[in-house]
Design a protein around this ligand. Structure first.
Ligand code: HEM
Length: 364
């Protein structure tokens, strides 16, 4: 009898345990595996992360939140940035570069191009108001022309390859396809990276050679007030105020900003730490300044070529016609005629000047 009683008690305990177990299974404590991703606490502990990795692999919110927190974790590899696996501001950089800058930059370049076309067809080039006399005035030395041409060619190469790098995937890729776009992009990117330092060198040398004649002079304000000759003729010195503005604001300031940020992107600035943030900031500065200088240079190239009759002669041959000099740089011509400035600055037999003469003679 005693034996049966003991058996019944054991059975009841077992049933109670079973019942309790079932109840517990029906109302589990809220664990990370069953919680809404958005409700899982930020920075949940490692055990919770392991549990989520098992129960919902690839959907481990606590883990990815930690990865995406910008917090630097410790690593033993030499890469100083590997402790931050995902750098959050990279997403902001991507949105800025591929969004606002690409859209507004694209419109800026397009509007500038159409504006110049419009000006050309509506107003036409600035003609010589007197027929050429045939008397030639030395405008640029061989070295000045060599540096200007090298700067011009390297700039055009940088502008074409740079515009392809920003807008190619939106404008060219839909026409030529992924593969052709990829090959051109690869070539253009390398041409761009190698040409940047050449352009920089030209800007620095050109600045040193020309700064003396680009200092503000008394006729400059009057030239600007006349709208560059639109509201009446004003004599100018060797360079007019428009050229001086392009020299200082365009070539020197924006030119050095675009070149300097390019050197950072090329990773050739000695002693600089190339963090991801450094590259993102350099990239934004580079793209904005590049788009600005491209737009200004479009205007400059138009005025220096088809926009002004006779302007390109000085760049091509080193000489301009006397009529052109009288119309555009009257003060300069008077100074030459009065002997105040030398009629020729070309050294007869300087070693650098001889090399420059040979190069410009064969290439222009
Ligand atoms: C295809 C490209 C280019 C052409 C055809 C061109 C042509 C010319 C011409 C014809 C002049 C006028 C010279 C004169 O007054 O007699 C000039 C001046 C000038 N160019 Fe260019 N240029 C080009 C590119 C550039 C670039 C890329 C820069 C700089 C980023 C530049 C900077 C200057 C400056 C600063 C002057 C004024 C000279 C001075 O103030 O010292 N040029 N250019």
């Amino acid at each position: 009898m005693m034996h049966i009683k003991q058996q019944l008690a054991g059975l009841m305990v077992a049933m109670a345990c079973l019942l309790l177990g079932t109840v517990h299974a029906q109302t589990p404590a809220p664990k990370v595996e069953s919680a809404n991703i958005m409700d899982v606490e930020k920075g949940s502990d490692a055990a919770a992360q392991r549990e989520r990795a098992q129960s919902q692999p690839g959907n481990n919110a606590p883990f990815w939140r930690a990865v995406n927190s910008d917090e630097a974790h410790s690593v033993t590899i030499p890469n100083k940035e590997a402790g931050v696996l995902i750098q959050k501001s990279g997403q902001q950089w991507r949105l800025l570069r591929n969004g606002v800058i690409t859209v507004f930059g694209g419109w800026l370049v397009t509007i500038a191009a159409f504006g110049i076309l419009f000006l050309y067809f509506l107003k036409g080039p600035i003609k010589l108001d007197q027929p050429p006399t045939g008397r030639k005035i030395e405008r640029f030395t061989a070295l000045e022309r060599l540096v200007h041409w090298t700067m011009a060619y390297s700039f055009v190469a940088l502008a074409i390859t740079g515009l392809f790098i920003i807008f190619g995937k939106h404008v060219i890729m839909p026409i030529i396809g992924h593969s052709a776009h990829g090959i051109i992009l690869y070539i253009f990117k390398n041409v761009h990276n190698l040409t940047g330092p050449i352009f920089t060198l030209c800007v620095v040398v050109f600045f040193v050679m020309m700064v003396k004649d680009n200092l503000p002079q008394k006729g400059d304000l009057a030239w600007l007030k006349s709208g560059g000759g639109i509201f009446g003729h004003v004599d100018a010195a060797r360079f007019n105020a428009g050229e001086k503005l392009w020299f200082w604001l365009g070539m020197t300031i924006i030119g050095l900003i675009v070149a300097g940020s390019g050197w950072v992107l090329d990773m050739i600035v000695p002693g600089l730490s190339y963090w991801r943030g450094t590259m993102q900031v350099a990239n934004i500065i580079h793209v904005i300044s590049a788009l600005l200088i491209i737009v200004f240079a479009m205007g400059h190239i138009y005025i220096g070529t088809i926009g002004t009759e006779g302007a390109l002669d000085g760049m091509k041959t080193g000489y301009c016609d006397e009529s052109w000099a009288r119309q555009h740089h009257g003060i300069w011509l008077d100074d030459i005629n009065s002997g105040k400035i030398p009629a020729s600055r070309e050294p007869e037999n300087g070693p650098i000047s001889n090399i420059a003469k040979k190069i410009v003679r064969t290439t222009t």
